[in-house]
Design a protein around this ligand. Structure first.
Ligand code: FES
Ligand SMILES: [Fe+2]
Length: 450
């Protein structure tokens, strides 16, 4: 391995310089290290507890390249396993989700219960096994770490990691506000969407935090929104953004900003206010009773949250949960869902879904614009003549250590923050991604390639 990883992120804050080398989006050796040491070597998001609500429910997902099976046992406990038979490795569960007291491996019929215990080895007595085989555990391999925070399930394939609370740190405060976090919890609206794009996973990572591209890359959405406001649209979907406003009560003219948290997590946000175009409008009082007025205001803000490295929750035009799965340096699989509070009224749910279809669906007016842009960037990253990208400089003189009065109001504790008007479009929040990326990759180089 001959990669000079330390030289690929040019991070010199005292000189006002932060640049990223295009190689990190392109090189297979770098990609292998990312998969092994970030996606398979630390905490990743695996799913929601509400994806397996009843005893014996299960769902499958991936951590890096590793297939994962999450099951709720007969007593209601959730556990996460590598979805691979201890006999010869076949995947035990073949479907994305279901309910099964017993899983029978399709290859040689070893069987496992919903707690992952081995319940049967075909023709065991006739098998002339040695004692050593009988003494060993034939159950499914559990993930070394698997924890839940407010219905969000995270796991790690590596044993040597901090606790989930340490990994999330200050960003956990913003999981408290996702779709208002009702007592009943959050759920995925039926109808998962999976799509691939031909570009690196970090382009999606960045785009969720990229306010700068919105008016440039999504003009069709903006024009249609304008026409609808004039009553010209054929479909009457109201946009939440119609009602955005400055946060004049507490910070004159502030329209948004960003927060950076330990371990690469970031939030960018914009002021909306308690707007009646928002599906949570009917729940505003209940939300204030649960979270306080400052918390309610945060629930109604547009918030794009990234929990490094693979979870993004975009609450802007509607509410979307995204899971990023890198497949190759230039290929990424996205799984996306509409995220909603359990128990919301039929009217609110309808509005949420209509707004979702408008903007987030692959057939909507935003997602294709973004993926086409990623693929365009990826082709451009083949260029080595000037390898340094300049897209990390906006906001350099606005970025402050620690939080501000708006994060203080809810007891959130970011490590850096920016307050912004609508045109600042902070790019310093990406620094947080790449400082964590560089830290993790430096650890990877210490350990060496697998
Ligand atoms: S691989 Fe599962 S029983 Fe053989
Ligand atoms: Fe976009």
């Amino acid at each position: 391995m001959t990669i000079d990883l330390a030289g690929l992120i040019d991070d010199r804050p005292e000189e006002g310089i932060f640049r990223v080398n295009r190689a990190i989006f392109r090189e297979p050796d770098i990609f292998d290290l990312e998969i092994r040491h970030i996606f398979e070597g630390g905490w990743v998001f695996l799913g929601l507890a509400s994806q397996a609500p009843a005893p014996h429910d299960f769902f499958t997902t991936e951590a890096g390249r590793v297939p994962i099976l999450i099951m709720r046992d007969g007593e209601g406990q959730l556990r996460a396993f590598v979805n691979s038979c201890p006999h010869k490795g076949a995947q035990i569960a073949q479907m994305r989700a279901g309910n099964a007291r017993m899983h029978v491996c399709p290859y040689h019929s070893w069987s496992f219960d919903s707690a992952g215990r081995n319940r049967g080895i075909k023709w065991q007595r006739a098998g002339c096994y040695a004692e050593a085989f009988d003494r060993s555990d034939h159950g499914l391999a559990r993930l070394p770490h698997f924890e839940e925070y407010r219905g969000f399930l995270f796991g790690s394939l590596a044993a040597d990691v901090p606790t989930l609370a340490q990994h999330l740190g200050g960003v956990a405060r913003f999981l408290d506000f996702v779709v208002g976090q009702p007592e009943a919890g959050v759920e995925l609206v039926p109808g998962a969407v999976a799509f691939t794009y031909d570009a690196n996973w970090k382009l999606q990572l960045e785009n969720c935090s990229d306010a700068y591209h919105f008016t440039s890359a999504h003009p069709s959405y903006i024009r249609i929104m304008e026409r609808r406001q004039k009553g010209e649209g054929a479909v009457a979907v109201r946009s939440i953004w119609e009602q955005s406003q400055a946060w004049s009560e507490s910070a004159e003219g502030v329209q948004g900003g960003s927060y950076s948290f330990e371990h690469g997590h970031v939030l960018n946000w914009g002021r909306i206010g308690v707007a009646d175009s928002h599906p949570l409008y009917e729940s505003a009082e209940a939300i204030a009773a649960r979270h306080g007025e400052a918390g309610r205001d945060w629930v109604f803000n547009m918030r794009n949250l990234t929990i490094f490295p693979n979870l993004q929750i975009a609450e802007n035009a509607s509410s979307q949960l995204r899971v990023i799965q890198p497949l190759a340096p230039g290929r990424t699989l996205m799984r996306t869902w509409c995220l909603a509070p359990k128990g919301e009224s039929a009217g609110a749910r309808r509005q949420r879904i209509r707004q979702y279809e408008d903007f987030f669906n692959p057939s909507g007016m935003a997602t294709p614009d973004d993926t086409v842009a990623y693929e365009s960037c990826q082709r451009g990253h083949a260029g080595r003549v000037d390898p340094w990208l300049q897209g990390y400089a906006r906001g350099m003189t606005a970025s402050r250590e620690g939080g501000n009065l708006l994060s203080d109001a809810i007891g959130a504790s970011p490590i850096r923050s920016v307050l912004a008007d609508s045109q600042l479009c902070d790019e310093t929040l990406y620094h947080n991604y790449y400082r964590e990326w560089a830290r993790r990759m430096a650890l990877a180089m210490e350990v060496g390639p697998a």
